[in-house]
Write a protein that binds this ligand. Structure first.
Ligand SMILES: Cc1ncc(COP(=O)(O)O)c(C=O)c1O
Length: 405
């Protein structure tokens, strides 16, 4: 089914009426035994985007020489131009990498750190990102500093002030998620970039959750680095990520697995050309990114955001009612869009370590139950294939598992 065949046009869809979105699930192939409330961890790819990736892979499989010698570079440039336009940056600032992790490793491997320098992040950062920077700081006798952003949060100023309270004369870089993984909070990255710039501190934004949930305008943000995986909310295939670096950083950025850069006899002359040929591989996932952008734009990004924010907010309210706990941020689109997190009551904590696996094995529900610091939370994610029936199923399962009503 194509989006234009959908029985309701995007104009007529109301955010709170499941029936207006009933055609949407048909754009994904979701295993029938699964209630998927975890698009935030690994997004499901719409069938139109899967087909695009398969078509590119077929071209490669059927004639690798022709593909690599004559089709690879034009396809790389076309896909990159589309993504760069969508992110409002110049193509030469962007390279494809497998995922946000690869991009972050490249930034860490290239960022100049001297003994005594400090890299600042905060307690809501992704664990693997923290590991990457701890390793890099240790290797350079630099210090990893973590600001503590205490929950609940009421204003963005609280975040910015707590972060900058940890800045010293030695702070060289701030690493911050655009949307945090363990707490699903939108961070005020524009304010952080503006303030850091004024102090001569570089900023690296870890952005996999932000693509499609938010409008990402890289020119406006004016950060030094932006790392992302496109497989989450943008719905590109797994294995499609990018690294953005601002022009002053280009000359020192290199792939981790350095290869020819381009296909011989061409030789790389600019930083971004080093990333075209990083050894023999299937780049089909990169070339399917434009199909994902097209898919989301056809639905309408604003429709997607308002519908999924409505679903997430409805779930948050019902979960808070069930748990008798309190939201950790205001319930507005300044704080979350498609994904939100709800604290479990202390009385349920003993049951939490295996709650996620029981929700799957007994109820077919995929949803992460997360320990953040000394408390337990449930993080619910909504994409266009979800409906309130998924929320009701989750509420039912939680009531039974935790013996609460
Ligand atoms: C905030 C954040 N950063 C980085 C990553 C790593 O992404 P990937 O595994 O696609 O490299 C994730 C993954 O969920 C994430 O949520």
């Amino acid at each position: 089914m194509s989006l234009s065949d959908s029985n309701s046009t995007k104009k007529s869809r109301r955010e709170d009426i499941d029936a207006d979105w009933s055609d949407m699930a048909g754009h994904w192939r979701i295993r029938p035994d699964t209630c998927y409330l975890n698009h935030g961890s690994f997004g499901l790819t719409p069938t139109a985007v899967v087909k695009c990736r398969q078509d590119w892979s077929r071209l490669l499989d059927e004639q690798p020489m022709d593909f690599y010698l004559r089709q690879l570079e034009p396809a790389f440039h076309n896909a990159r131009d589309e993504l760069a336009g969508w992110l409002n940056t110049e193509s030469k600032n962007l390279v494809f990498v497998e995922n946000a992790t690869s991009a972050m490793n490249i930034v860490a491997g290239s960022f100049p750190l001297e003994p005594g320098d400090e890299v600042l992040l905060n307690n809501h950062e992704y664990g693997a990102v923290r590991r990457i920077w701890q390793t890099q700081c240790d290797a350079n006798q630099a210090k990893l500093v973590s600001a503590h952003l205490a929950l609940p949060l009421e204003t963005h100023a609280q975040i910015v002030d707590s972060l900058f309270a940890k800045v010293t004369r030695k702070t060289r870089l701030i690493v911050v998620s655009h949307i945090t993984s363990p707490t699903a909070i939108i961070m005020p990255v524009q304010e952080i970039c503006d303030r850091a710039k004024a102090m001569g501190i570089a900023v690296c934004i870890d952005g996999p959750h932000a693509l499609a949930q938010l409008e990402v305008d890289l020119s406006q943000l004016n950060c030094d680095f932006y790392t992302a995986s496109c497989h989450k909310w943008l719905c590109a295939p797994l294995g499609s990520g990018f690294l953005y670096a601002s022009a002053p950083n280009h000359s020192r950025m290199h792939p981790i697995n350095r290869s020819w850069g381009r296909l011989l006899p061409a030789i790389p002359e600019r930083w971004d050309e080093e990333f075209i040929w990083m050894g023999t591989r299937d780049p089909a996932s990169f070339f399917a990114i434009p199909a994902a952008i097209k898919f989301m734009e056809k639905v309408g990004l604003e429709s997607f955001r308002s519908r999924t924010h409505w679903l997430a907010t409805d779930a948050r309210k019902k979960l808070l009612d069930l748990f008798k706990t309190h939201g950790q941020t205001p319930a507005t689109r300044q704080w979350y869009v498609t994904m939100c997190e709800v604290p479990l009551p202390e009385s349920c904590w003993p049951a939490c370590p295996d709650l996620q696996s029981r929700l799957w094995s007994r109820h077919g529900i995929e949803v992460p139950v997360i320990q953040f610091e000394d408390r337990w939370f449930i993080r619910v994610s909504y994409h266009l294939y979800n409906t309130t029936a998924d929320t009701e199923k989750l509420l039912d399962a939680l009531s039974g598992e935790l013996k609460i009503r």
